[in-house]
Design a protein around this ligand. Sequence first.
Ligand code: UDP
Ligand code: LCN
Length: 809
Amino acid sequence: MSIKGEHLGDPLVALGDYLKNYRSEARHMLHKLQSLDRQFLLRSDLQDTFESVCAQPGCEHLRDTPLAKVVGWAQEAAIDAAWIYVALRARVARWRYIRIHFATIDPEVIPVEEFLKFKEGLVDGGDGRPAVDPRLVEVDLEPFSREFFKLHEARSIGRGVEFLNRRLSSRLFEELGKGDRRLLDFLRVHRHRDQQLMLSKDIEDVRAMRSALRMADDFLKRQNPKAGWDQVGQELRRLGFEPGWGADVSRVRDTIHLLLDILEAPSPDNLEAFLARIPMIFSVAIVSPHGWFGQSDVLGRPDTGGQVVYILDQVRALEAEMLRRNQEQGLDIEPRIVILTRLIPQADGTTANQRIERVAGTQFARILRVPFHNADGEVVPQWISRFEIWPYLERYATDAERELMAELSDRPDLIVGNYSDGNLVASLMAGDLGVTQCNIAHALEKTKYLYSDLFWRDNDPHYHFSCQFTADLIAMNQADFIITSTYQEIAGTDDTIGQYEAHSAFTLPGLYRVVHGIDPFDPKFNIVSPGADPDVYFPASERHRRLRHLLPEIEALIYGGSDGCSRGELSDRDKPLLFTMARMDRIKNIAGVVEWFGRSKALRREANLLVASGHIDPNRSLDNEEREQIERMHVLIDEYALEGELRWIEGQVDRERNGEIYRYIADKRGAFVQPAVFEAFGLTVIEAMGSGLPTFATCFGGPLEIIEDGVSGFHIDPNHGELAAEKIAAFFSRCKDDPSYWARISQGGIDRVEQRYTWKRYAERMMTLSRVYGFWRYVTDLERSETRRYLQMFYALQYRPLAAAMETT
Ligand code: UDP
Ligand code: LCN
């Protein structure tokens, strides 16, 4: 297929002509790429090579050619002796693939599978031969959604529910002409236990519904607007109404008007406003099996970080929102939220061995722990890394489903999965029970590790990505809707690939090839960002709320001497503190920031470094990666002689005190640094900002979206530590001359968190989304039974054997 025949837009067509006319420059560039002597090239390799060509005398003009444009789009390439294959991303989440033969220099457009096959041919298949297999299983979910509405504009990505309401409200009510009937049916299915809600079965058709609505409105307009259901319910029941329309006459009338308006002429806004009122979510199961799930003494342990914080805060906010909505609709129903996690008998001083635990700050929410069983049916007693849990999940799903049903005395109205394991279990349970499913990834692993797909065979003994990516594909396609914390989580930026987008096409050579895995333009994606608990992370300037009694402890923690739980003793107490806190994972790059600090005279002059992470003694760690990082920390502290300028304390498990630590450091005009190589969202970033601590955070992942550089904090590039250190040092230096600068950035961070990252807003959105997707699932074929069947097969034929193989090795 030649470029000329394709409608690809000018630059790519122009590339063909250009390469034909300027063969020597093209050859030069290709030769340079070949001489890198690597089969797989990253975007940065392609760009750096192009830059080096342009830098040669007489070659500057290349920057204005179609070649420059195409290099700008290139995300990756694969090379052998004769060909280069390039993946192009001209716009967010829009991909094209080309290949160029080194002899003819004639670019050709190729389908994605050709690109993937070529890469497979360059990978060792395990027996010394290339991994290419022309008959490899090809996973293609596109045909299932071909008929289905997709977004077109990149700027709409992550606003799925708005789009769905717009497109489907018109289709449902106008094109199909069946919408009214479906809406009526929908309003008659709602029940809570034995209580019928909204409409009684006596209303048999749309005409009867319209007439009942008008009669009810006539009746209600003569009543006291403040009168409750107990005063008007009898008459409304006679007309076919059941509870759930509102707590008083005025709200009931309002709800009736919304419905009449929809029947008259539906608009996306009134549809959403009406659905948001439907009492249909009384119980929610939140699934999060891996890690140490507890309310205290767990944070900072391996695999135990933001997800736990997120879920506990989410549950508190959701319960409050569910109570509020029930109340507004006049229903005295207790919302039930159950967090399903793993019971770990060897609990290491945590509550992970308790079957059931009440969630503090809620009235009805519970943590329900269910153990993993091995193939012989025995309970697995010890903690297991998130990379090793795959063989246990199917049995876990069956056990957890049974216990959940017993706890709720019914099936839940919504199942929310968390991370790859929770999302897979949620898929199994939601499939069994026919319940709406929501997924939250928190962090997908695929983009965290370079070539995690292509070289999966090498990684599998440690990471078992073959299981994880298979689970992810199943879960993300099975979910009714997906919540993400940021836009970039779905579709990246102009220059970087989104975490979900990275699952749209990839190959696990020798296992299967994904040609259409997930589409970022799918309307199931919704951005709903989490928050930072304002009771814990409030601004340092709110003096009356400060936890003064913690001051001596905090000072001892920061300025005390070395002991088994700390290293380093700060000799100059007048310097501001640069604080960092995270799990001691390689990706968090805590040792990285220590190295930048060690190397930067300017930064060492301006500030002390305070690190809260992991253990000081590597022998206290259960996790290989954590141990390796701890050892690196000790080497760096010795190498750069940091003892008097750095203080390293263990991971901090006390949330209230952590909030006060951020503020204590803010009092001293310090700053927070989040140096991760990649951070999916970054709760510490919004915690620090909300506490008024100016924050420097990685430009890879969520923080890029959270922080507006220079306004509400700063971005740093973890790949250029020296520049990051310079930027932080310059900030401290400027603040010395102009203290108002510190105050301005601090306030910028506080404002940003207040405006964008609150749990209240999160809970409102989540409750509305659950209703809207539940509705569309009911009235249309959003359930997509074909997709589900395909995924069941994929699960049985692909996931199960992979997980079973782990158990036998
Ligand atoms: N955290 C903590 N003590 C530690 C390290 C982290 O309390 O030693 C908390 C931190 O305050 C935040 C969460 O754990 O609430 C980490 O979430 P984040 O999203 O930053 O990263 P994750 O660990 O989820 O990758
Ligand atoms: C997991 C992560 O890695 C973080 O980036 C997120 O903030 C956290 O989960 C909560 O979603």
